[in-house]
Design a protein around this ligand. Structure first.
Ligand code: 7RM
Length: 635
């Protein structure tokens, strides 16, 4: 992948202008120079923003795993593709070369075929961060099956909802998973989920923890013996540029999770291009992204982006706090990591601990350090820059979303001067704009607006699985003709962007995007609960934590509130996962509502933050008296 030669900010602006003046020419060149295609495209892009219909590299034929693996074999078959670092530092790490990866993915692809999985079938992958997660994901892509990776921290009902939405034919899981000093019973969770999943025919089980698990006759199969029998000769399926590559679920502000669909060629071109440029990857560098492959960051920058560039990528099974808070720094030193990519929530958690943990290690291999997932506050930015990057490594604050497939706004290291808390400038090809309340484009700087993109880029999601109308309504209707990110942003005098956060009701807790609606749904299912509303409030480590306002039914009123609060959190844990647990629960007799019946969340947000100075316009409130009551009853 060629890195464009820009040596200063002025040149970046020139290059950027060219890329938006003629985007077709720009992407055509990148796509034709850096990949192997079975057949090239007739047209670079075809789109209709009003209908949310977007196609890139029209009629081209390609297989992404040929580009991730096969084409590297001639020159770097013996190069390490994946470094696996286990949860327990006493367990040996593993190195998987491109040759080995080719062999293992091919065998796995043949196993999938032998189990009746065909091009277009959906396969749910529910695995811990072990090499098999990467291998099974790539094997799906190799045969054209659509992978739906579900983060291994989700509960049985969340897994079931995702399996059913896309009617997965198969689930791939493991006997268990290690995370810090815990062992997670993944197979048990899958068994519970599958009680309500009629589409699933087979379950493949990887052995990781040697936990004794129940195997359902005819449905469940250990993976190892199947792999042993499988041939390592597999011809990659010929995929159309717009064939779906994967579905990845993301929370919405209302209702059920959205299955974002990414297709083959555009996603491939975009993740490869952004990986190269945002991290300035050079041959023989070791790249480490600490996300889980169950999130888009892991899909794009643990798996696809690095492998497309023939890079060495680290997969870490564990957590930053185990066995102690030096684990990340110890791994950087052990594997001589050159690019390190993590989330503000992890940075804040580690910055709270003694400096000794990080200062024990010189970390001199590092060249570029990145941040993703939520706005990085100034204090965390400086701590990261000073103590991890040693003030030598550019901090790339990368803004993007599950929907965007890859990074849209970020500094380019050694080119874009960084500025704390600013994601800085859109990458070439990305036409970012800010919109005001009247839906006009904001021309001035120094103002906040809704962040939109006014021309498609290759990595944009193409639809929501089974619900194109929802895709259109959510992203293309608020500002006609533009993609609306749902985020607010500020632009400074040189055009740098600072992301201010969600303008809708998604709350980001420890880097996880949580929709308020499904959590409220879970709370409301508790028999003692009548109604609830949750809001986010600032939290030192998690970025935001959840504050729940809960109205009880009469039966609940008589109960011990402390126990009730515990039960409610358990309920949330079972339905969504422990990450969605409430930090504070306040029992109230009513919620501030507008006449049309909508909860006025901004008032609850202010109360949760302890800011009573100005509640803004409350004239549309049906029950203004409740505001005083809630304020007084605040914990
Ligand atoms: C990659 C990812 C997307 C939401 C997005 C933002 C927030 C992500 C940054 C950020 C400020 C950043 N995908 N977000 N990166 N906010 N600065 N650098 O996180 O779909 O899970 O979340 O995350 O609100 O809309 S995601």
């Amino acid at each position: 992948m060629s890195r464009y030669k820009i040596s200063n900010l002025e040149e970046y602006f020139k290059e950027y202008k060219k890329s938006i003046k003629d985007p077709k020419k720009f992407w055509d060149k990148i796509a034709s120079e850096n990949f192997t295609w079975y057949q090239e495209w007739d047209k670079v892009v075809d789109f209709n923003m009003a209908e949310a219909e977007i196609k890139w590299f029209v009629d081209a034929k390609v297989n992404i795993t040929k580009n991730c693996i096969d084409r590297h074999l001639a020159k770097k078959g013996d190069k390490v593709a994946i470094v696996f670092e286990p949860n327990n530092p006493d367990e040996a790490s593993q190195s998987i070369t491109y040759n080995e990866l080719h062999q293992r993915v091919s065998k796995m692809a043949n196993v999938l075929l032998s189990q009746g999985i065909k091009k277009g079938d959906r396969v749910c992958i529910y695995l811990p961060m072990i090499p098999e997660l990467a291998i099974t994901t790539l094997a799906c892509a190799r045969i054209g099956a659509i992978h739906s990776v579900v983060f291994a921290g989700f509960s049985a009902s969340a897994v079931a909802a995702r399996i059913n939405d896309s009617e997965c034919k198969m689930v791939i899981t493991s006997d268990g998973g290690y995370r810090g000093n815990k062992t997670i019973d993944l197979k048990g969770i899958v068994d519970e989920a599958l009680v309500n999943c009629p589409s699933v025919e087979n379950v493949l089980v990887v052995q990781r923890t040697q936990t004794d698990v129940k195997m359902k006759e005819g449905r469940d199969h250990w993976l190892a013996p199947l792999l042993e029998k499988a041939s390592d000769n597999n011809t990659a399926e010929i995929m159309d540029a717009e064939d779906p590559l994967f579905i990845l679920y993301t929370s919405g502000s209302t209702g059920k999770p959205k299955g974002m669909v990414h297709t083959t060629a555009g996603y491939m071109v975009y993740t490869a291009y952004t990986f190269q440029n945002v991290f300035n990857y050079e041959e023989n560098d070791i790249f480490w992204c600490t996300a889980d492959i169950g999130w888009i960051t892991g899909h794009s920058y643990i798996l696809y982006g690095p492998l497309l560039n023939g890079a060495t990528t680290v997969i870490f099974e564990g957590v930053p706090s185990y066995p102690d808070f030096s684990r990340f720094w110890q791994i950087i030193e052990k594997h001589k990591v050159n690019q390190f990519y993590t989330a503000p929530t992890a940075i804040r958690a580690l910055a709270k601990e003694s400096l000794d943990y990080v200062q024990k290690y010189p970390l001199s291999s590092l060249k570029v350090i990145g941040s993703v997932g939520e706005p990085i506050n100034e204090e965390a930015w400086h701590w990261y820059n000073d103590h991890v990057g040693g003030k030598r490594c550019p901090v790339v604050d990368t803004w993007w979303q599950t929907e965007t497939g890859g990074i849209l706004i970020s500094p380019i290291p050694f080119i874009t001067p960084t500025k704390p808390t600013y994601a800085t400038l859109p990458l070439p090809g990305i036409q970012a704009v800010l919109m005001d309340e009247k839906r006009n484009e904001i021309e001035d700087n120094q103002v906040v607006g809704s962040l939109c993109i006014k021309f498609p880029w290759p990595g944009i999601a193409r639809t929501i699985w089974g619900d194109h109308q929802r895709y259109k309504d959510t992203y293309f209707s608020t500002f006609p003709g533009k993609y609306f990110s749902g985020d607010g942003a500020l632009r400074d005098e040189v055009g740098y962007y600072r992301i201010t956060g969600r303008v809708d009701d998604v709350i980001i807790v420890s880097g996880h995007n949580l929709g308020t609606a499904p959590i409220e749904d879970a709370i409301n299912e508790h028999p003692a609960v009548a109604e609830s509303a949750i809001v986010g409030f600032p939290h030192d480590i998690k970025g935001n934590a959840l504050y729940g306002f809960v109205i009880l039914k009469e039966t609940g009123e008589k109960r011990d509130k402390e126990n009730l609060a515990k039960e409610i959190n358990q309920h949330i844990s079972d339905h969504i996962g422990p990450i969605a647990k409430l930090d504070k629960i306040q029992f109230v007799s009513g919620l501030p509502k507008t006449r049309s019946g909508k909860i006025m969340r901004r008032i609850l947000r202010k109360i949760a933050e302890g800011d009573y100075s100005n509640f803004g316009d409350t004239s549309t409130l049906l029950n203004p008296e409740i505001v005083e009551e809630i304020k007084e009853g605040k914990l």
